[in-house]
Design a protein around this ligand. Structure first.
Ligand code: NAD
Length: 495
């Protein structure tokens, strides 16, 4: 098959002189500080965006404070209506948004359509439903009366204020939607700082948000590198940061937030997620499961699995079946609808993955399949299977964020549990078995924010998501997100 033809609207958007999106419209950025956005499928520059100056950041924060005044006083039903309308607009502009996303991230077009647009709209509608369901509680105070007076108390859940949403490059649209939907449904305003690698789609979505009826300043988008994110967090006019990204940056973000002014922070960080195959597992299901767990979007998913533990008697056949499946994956242009495996998102990441292949060789791990950069324009690497020598191999311990499945055999279930938990991270894990009683006994022993059984990677807006240990602080989705975007105010009355 051949590449999908770019819509005229996509070409027109790419050709624009992009500024920041502030106060319901585009605001020209500095003429000198420009960031070039590169298509990872062929290495060609496709657009330029602005690197925010401190002046741009002051402008965005002042606008977000003004936006907050209006939006926080907007009725919950009206807030929900705007978010529902935005979800409709995402779907109406599905192909344009999906193509833009694939151009900037190299994500195969089918994933851009299904996840970055369809799933994002689904999440948005879920959050919109919360706007009308945010409540406090009434409390009977516990102390005895001194002289016959009485007391009553209640709590109010109030929006936290101006949120800074810092977004990584792997799901630049969907993750931005999680953040703006959480903020806007609770009555907060938000400034999104997208990744410098993938800043385009959210700029277009900000326009759609204005079309949906969002008042100026309720959603601003400021483009730039990490320095822009840091300046936003440290600005006296922001109240919370919701960050998704790597562990080292997350630690820096948490520090900046605390040191600035005890700014609230939610940190959704990286992982080194484990899969444990119990002995009763069907080997074909195991191999299919690994494709879902480790190779979707070339493994560039925070919840993707990178450490695979199988019983010593089964590890060879599982790796063999997996290698057979990987050999049939169609590698190619992400704009070709028949492609199943596209490039990784940027040159730096491709080089980092090449470094991991070298490390695996230097440590004498067995490269069972793949293990090389693909010699073609763009940022391609081979889907890879590695058999580690021991639990201390680098590839079993450092997050690669790429299409690399590293295996180690186990002999006993006790050893399996130890191996699955033997990591400083705890974002997600999965166990694969038909023995539900055994699965239910193992689940409490696994140290991860999400444990899947016979599945991996699928996120649902109704199910809380976040990490334990070094994988982060706080939860997105479900009712749990409310804790992070609202402050609880207690009111006590004597009568
Ligand atoms: P990154 O940490 O390099 O960058 C993330 C964002 O932080 C970018 O927008 C970047 O410009 C910004 N940033 C960099 N330095 C900053 C600073 N000092 N202050 C404020 N902002 C700063 O991450 P990445 O490479 O874009 O994304 C990949 C990482 O994200 C992986 O580790 C992955 O596991 C993680 N991730 C986690 C989740 C989750 O929900 N837990 C989801 C997706 C990705």
């Amino acid at each position: 098959m051949s590449d999908v033809v770019l819509l005229p609207s996509v070409n027109k958007f790419l050709g624009r002189d992009h500024g920041h999106y502030i106060d319901g419209g585009f605001s020209a950025g500095s003429p000198t500080g420009k960031i070039t956005v590169v298509n990872p499928a062929d290495g060609e520059a496709i657009a330029q965006v602005s690197e925010a100056t401190l002046g741009d950041i002051d402008h965005a924060v002042a606008s977000a404070n003004a936006g907050f005044k209006v939006w926080s006083k907007t009725s919950p039903a009206a807030r929900a209506a705007v978010l529902f309308k935005l979800a409709d607009l995402l779907e109406r502009n599905r192909e344009e948004l999906a193509q833009l996303e694939t151009c900037q991230s190299g994500k195969i077009i089918q994933i851009s359509r299904a996840f970055e647009v369809d799933q994002a709209a689904h999440f948005l509608r879920y959050y919109a439903g919360w706007a009308t369901k945010i409540t406090g509680e009434t409390i009977t105070p516990s102390l005895p009366s001194f002289a016959g007076e009485r007391y009553t108390a209640f709590t109010l859940r109030e929006p936290v204020g101006v949120v800074v949403g810092i977004v990584p490059w792997n799901f630049s649209t969907m993750i931005a939607i999680w953040k703006l939907a959480s903020a806007l449904t609770t009555g907060c305003s938000i400034i999104i700082k997208p990744s410098e690698f993938t800043p385009l789609t959210i700029l277009r979505i900000a326009e759609l948000a204005t079309e949906a009826g969002l008042p100026p300043g309720a959603l601003n988008v400021v483009t730039g590198s990490g320095a822009a994110g840091k300046a936003l967090i440290e600005h006296a006019g922001t109240n919370k940061v919701s960050f998704t990204g790597s562990v080292p940056t997350g630690i820096a973000v948490g520090k900046s937030a605390m040191e600035a002014k005890l700014t609230r922070s939610t940190l959704e960080l990286g992982g080194k997620n484990s899969v444990g195959f119990l002995r009763d597992v069907d080997l074909d299901k195991a191999a299919d499961g690994i494709i879902e767990a480790g190779f979707l979007h070339s493994g560039q998913i925070c919840a993707a699995a990178e450490r695979f533990f199988a019983h010593r008697s089964q590890i060879e056949p599982i790796m063999e079946k997996l290698a057979q499946r990987l050999a049939t994956l169609k590698i190619g242009s992400p704009m070709d609808e028949s492609t199943q495996f596209g490039p990784v998102t940027n040159k730096q990441h491709q080089q980092k993955l090449a470094g991991f292949f070298e490390t695996a060789r230097a440590e004498n791990s067995t490269i069972v399949y793949g293990g090389k950069v693909i010699d073609r324009p763009g940022c391609y690497v081979e889907p890879t299977i590695i058999l580690a020598n021991s639990a201390s191999d680098t590839l079993l311990n450092e997050e690669t964020f790429g299409p690399i499945a590293t295996f180690l055999p186990y002999d006993t279930e006790e050893e399996l549990l130890h191996l699955m938990n033997d990591t400083p991270y705890g974002l997600s894990a999965s166990i694969w078995t038909n023995d539900l009683s055994k699965a239910l006994r193992l689940i409490p022993e696994i140290k991860a924010g999400t444990v899947w059984v016979n599945m991996h990677t699928l996120l649902d807006p109704a199910v809380p998501f976040g990490g334990v240990k070094a994988s982060g602080i706080g939860r997105e989705f479900g009712a749990a997100f409310l804790e992070d975007y609202t402050e609880l105010k207690s009111v006590m009355i004597r009568y």
